[in-house]
Every structure is written in structure tokens, then in C-alpha cells.
Design a protein around this ligand. Structure first.
Ligand code: HEC
Ligand code: HEC
Ligand code: HEC
Ligand code: HEC
Ligand code: HEC
Ligand code: HEC
Length: 262
């Protein structure tokens, strides 16, 4: 009875949200689960003898935290923002920090990253798809994105993302902790509040992936709209791209409007 009522409430909220989005002209491109979070790395101006390199988040994010790659290894959070050079890799930066024959397969296996031709590119994609399906079987399911519930996988201890790489990461004497929740009231009346949970983000993202560049260090000081989110800004830099998809409205718009002081 209670569950049914909650369900009706949820369906109503989702329906309402969709109606309001129709008005703003927001639409989502459908991305296949095994391609969700793939980044095509290609600098056409460089002497790239081979075709673009596909970096796959799903094959890496269960093994390492976002922070390790995007803060310690300085990978950009924008496709093609890093400008990886072959020499950098050989000097142990970027992909080369791990693809050294110890942590992961060695750089000498050029064609595991650089396809030889269009046909080989498709073969690599097919192989990756099969590996994805195998991995997916071992992890808890979700409805959107990779269709994998990464948070549950981490909470259940099925994956243990490393947050430290010998010789690259600095040993942090004390871990920064912030488990505050930041409530946001959407600009549209009637919409449930969004609770941004630090506790849930810090495991994966540390602090540097969001502060100070994306979010002000003061609650309520960053103006955010849903339109900007769907354009890849703010929460949308990760959600709808790597972290759970934006179709999952009620994972963010989950709680009814808060009582002050509760
Ligand atoms: C672990 C994956 C990986 C392996 C293995 C790898 N590369 Fe790359 N390489 C990259 C990435 C990523 C880029 C950047 C692509 C871009 O942004 O266009 C790149 C860029 C390049 C570039 C263009 C940039 C520049 O420095 O001129 C060349 C040339 C290159 N690699 C050659 C090689 C050769 C030769 C090998 C084998 C000895 C190799 N790579 C092995 C990932 C890899
Ligand atoms: C093993 C390293 C690695 C891990 C772990 C990793 N990333 Fe990335 N990420 C990359 C690379 C490489 C790129 C492409 C950068 C480029 O093209 O210059 C990228 C790109 C991105 C982008 C831009 C994508 C686009 O299409 O514009 C975002 C956002 C991002 N990552 C977020 C995350 C989040 C969130 C996590 C954790 C859930 C994460 N990354 C984990 C290496 C990593
Ligand atoms: C923090 C460590 C780390 C970094 C950085 C990293 N990788 Fe990997 N990568 C791994 C590990 C571990 C595996 C799985 C073990 C193996 O295959 O050797 C892997 C597997 C892969 C695979 C095979 C699975 C798949 O996704 O198809 C490819 C291709 C690959 N990496 C490309 C890259 C490229 C390109 C970069 C840089 C843009 C990169 N990796 C950066 C650790 C890393
Ligand atoms: C995934 C993104 C993300 C990560 C990671 C993150 N934060 Fe935040 N932080 C936010 C958002 C969103 C807000 C609210 C901003 C707003 O409402 O304008 C916020 C607000 C804050 C505030 C302001 C609270 C107040 O009293 O006004 C502080 C302080 C803060 N974060 C510290 C941290 C620290 C320390 C870490 C690392 C342990 C961290 N954050 C990691 C997104 C993040
Ligand atoms: C730097 C990347 C990044 C940014 C920016 C970011 N998130 Fe996340 N968020 C993640 C990752 C990674 C997870 C872990 C789950 C996953 O990957 O699907 C997560 C998890 C969550 C969860 C928990 C879902 C659950 O099932 O409990 C919520 C809710 C959430 N984010 C909301 C937000 C909101 C709201 C914002 C903007 C104020 C935001 N996030 C900004 C990366 C990010
Ligand atoms: C990753 C978290 C996240 C997801 C998923 C998400 N939203 Fe939002 N949404 C937000 C945040 C943050 C705001 C801004 C709140 C504020 O004003 O501070 C917002 C605001 C809104 C608003 C208020 C008007 C505006 O433009 O600010 C509407 C309407 C909305 N969202 C609809 C939706 C719908 C419909 C979906 C699903 C298709 C959805 N949202 C999915 C985080 C999310």
C-alpha cells in the first residue's frame, strides 16, 4: 500500500519532469551501454599514423578512482583536452603511467590502442563489446548508462578502485573528508529538492575534480539549470557521460521539498 503510493508519487514526478523538459526542448541521444563513457581521442593535426584511440571508462573505472586519473595523472575532463603525445606515454605520463607492462599491457602493443585500419578498428570494438558483456555479468545492474550500478558494486566490495599509484600519487598524510549534504531547490515550483551528497561523491572524485573549477566552495552559490546540465556543464560533466545517465531523473530529483531545519 505504502509502496504503491510511493510508486504513484514517483511516476507522477517523472511524468511531470518530462512534461517540463518537453517545454525546454531537452532531448537525450541514445548511447549503447557498451559505448557509454567511451572517449574518442584524436588530434588530427598531429602526425597520427593510426586512427583515433578509443579510451573506455567502463574498463578502467572499476579498477581506479576518477581522481587518480583526472587529478594525479592530469587527464583532462574534456574529450581531447589532454593532448597526449607518444613521448609523454614513453616518459611514464598519461596512459604510459600504467601501460608499462607491469600495471597493464605495455606500450609496445601499439595496435591494442591504435587500430591498423578501419576494419581493425571494428574488430577492436567488437572485442571490447564482448569483454563488456562479460564484465557486466559480474556487476549489479542499473537501468541507464552502462546499465551497471557502479556505486553498489563499490559498496558491496565487488570492485575496489585504487586511489594510489606508486611513483605518481602523493601519499596523503590525512584524507580530506567532507560528508555534508548540499540541498538545492530547483527553480521550477513543485519540483522536489535535489540533495547533493558529498559522501557519495568523494569516494570516486576526491575534491579536485569539482573544486574550485566547477562548483563554488559555498552552498547555493553556483547557479545551475537543467539545460546547462544537459549541455554537459556542472553535474552534466560527469552525469550523462561517465556517471549514471541523466534519464535517471529521480536519482537526483529524489526527495520531496525539505522542511526547514530537518
Ligand atoms: C595504452 C594505449 C596506447 C598504446 C599501447 C600506444 N599508444 Fe600511441 N597514443 C595513445 C593515445 C591515447 C594517444 C593520443 C591520441 C590523440 O589524442 O590523438 C597516442 C598518440 C600517439 C601518436 C601521436 C602523437 C605524437 O606523439 O605524435 C603517435 C605517433 C603514437 N601514439 C604512436 C604510438 C606507437 C608507435 C606505439 C607503440 C610503440 C603506441 N603509440 C602505443 C595511446 C597509446
Ligand atoms: C584510467 C584513467 C581514467 C579513469 C579511472 C577515469 N577517467 Fe575520465 N577520462 C580519462 C581519459 C584518458 C579521458 C579522455 C581525455 C582526453 O581525451 O584528453 C577522460 C575523459 C573524461 C571526461 C570527458 C569526457 C567527454 O566526452 O568529454 C569526463 C567527464 C570524465 N573523464 C570523468 C570521469 C569520471 C567521473 C570518472 C570516474 C567515474 C573517470 N573519468 C575515471 C581517463 C580516466
Ligand atoms: C591508472 C592506470 C591506467 C591508465 C592511466 C590507463 N590504463 Fe588502460 N588499462 C589499465 C588496466 C589495469 C587495464 C586492464 C589490464 C590489461 O589489459 O593489461 C587496461 C586496459 C586497457 C585496454 C584494453 C581494454 C579496453 O578498454 O578495450 C585499452 C585499449 C586501454 N587500457 C587503453 C588505455 C588508454 C588509451 C589510456 C590512456 C588514454 C589508458 N588505457 C590509460 C590501466 C590503465
Ligand atoms: C562531484 C563534485 C564534488 C566533489 C567531488 C566535492 N564537492 Fe564540495 N561541493 C559540491 C557541490 C555541488 C557543492 C554545492 C555548491 C553550491 O550549492 O553552489 C559543494 C559545496 C562544498 C562546500 C561548501 C559548503 C558550505 O558550507 O557552503 C565545501 C566546503 C566543499 N564543497 C568541500 C569539499 C571537499 C573538502 C571535498 C573533498 C573531500 C569536496 N567538496 C568534494 C561538489 C563537489
Ligand atoms: C566529477 C564528476 C561528477 C560531478 C561533477 C557530479 N557527479 Fe554525481 N556522481 C559521480 C560519480 C562517479 C558517481 C558514482 C555513481 C556513478 O558513477 O554512476 C556519482 C553519484 C551521484 C549520486 C548518487 C546516486 C545514488 O544512486 O545514490 C547522485 C544523487 C549524484 N551523483 C548527483 C549529482 C549532482 C546533483 C551533481 C551536481 C550538483 C553531481 N552529481 C555532480 C560523478 C559526478
Ligand atoms: C545528476 C543529477 C540530475 C539528474 C539526473 C537530473 N537533474 Fe534536473 N536538476 C538537477 C540540478 C542540480 C538542478 C538545478 C537545481 C537548482 O536550481 O539549483 C536541476 C533542475 C531541474 C529543473 C528545474 C528547471 C531548471 O532548468 O533548473 C527541471 C525541470 C529538471 N531539473 C528536470 C529534470 C528531468 C526531467 C530529469 C530527467 C530526464 C532530470 N532533471 C535529471 C540535477 C539533475
Amino acid at each position: 500500500m505504502k509502496r504503491a503510493a510511493a510508486k504513484t508519487f514517483q511516476t507522477g514526478v517523472v511524468f511531470g519532469l518530462f512534461i517540463s523538459l518537453c517545454g525546454t526542448g531537452i532531448a537525450f541521444a541514445a548511447v549503447k551501454s557498451f559505448e557509454y563513457g567511451n572517449v574518442l581521442m584524436s588530434q588530427p593535426e598531429k602526425d597520427n599514423t593510426a586512427l583515433p584511440v578509443t579510451f573506455r571508462h567502463w574498463s578502467h573505472r572499476g579498477k581506479y578512482t576518477c581522481r587518480l586519473c583526472h587529478v594525479d595523472l592530469e587527464f583532462s575532463q574534456l574529450a581531447n583536452g589532454t593532448g597526449v603525445m607518444e613521448e609523454d606515454n614513453r616518459n611514464g605520463m598519461y596512459c604510459g603511467a600504467c601501460h608499462n607492462g607491469k600495471e597493464a599491457f605495455a606500450l609496445e602493443a601499439c595496435t591494442r590502442c591504435h587500430p591498423k585500419d578501419k576494419q581493425h578498428e571494428q574488430e577492436l570494438a567488437q572485442q571490447a563489446k564482448r569483454e563488456f558483456q562479460e564484465l557486466k555479468k559480474t556487476l549489479p545492474p542499473a537501468t541507464y548508462g552502462n546499465k551497471i550500478d557502479w556505486m553498489k558494486a563499490e559498496e558491496d566490495g565487488i570492485i575496489k578502485p585504487k586511489d594510489f599509484l606508486q611513483g605518481v600519487s602523493l601519499r596523503k598524510s590525512e584524507k580530506m573528508v567532507n560528508s555534508r549534504e548540499e540541498p538545492r531547490t530547483p527553480a521550477l515550483p513543485g519540483l522536489p529538492n535535489i540533495i547533493f551528497s558529498h559522501a557519495k561523491h568523494v569516494v570516486w572524485n576526491g575534491c579536485g575534480m569539482c573544486h574550485p573549477d566547477t562548483f563554488a566552495l559555498e552552498s547555493g552559490k553556483t547557479p545551475i539549470t537543467m539545460k546547462e546540465i544537459t549541455e554537459g556543464k556542472f553535474c552534466g560533466r560527469c552525469h550523462g557521460n561517465i556517471a549514471f545517465a541523466l534519464n535517471d531523473c529521480t536519482r537526483c530529483h529524489s526527495k520531496p521539498v525539505l522542511n526547514p531545519g530537518s
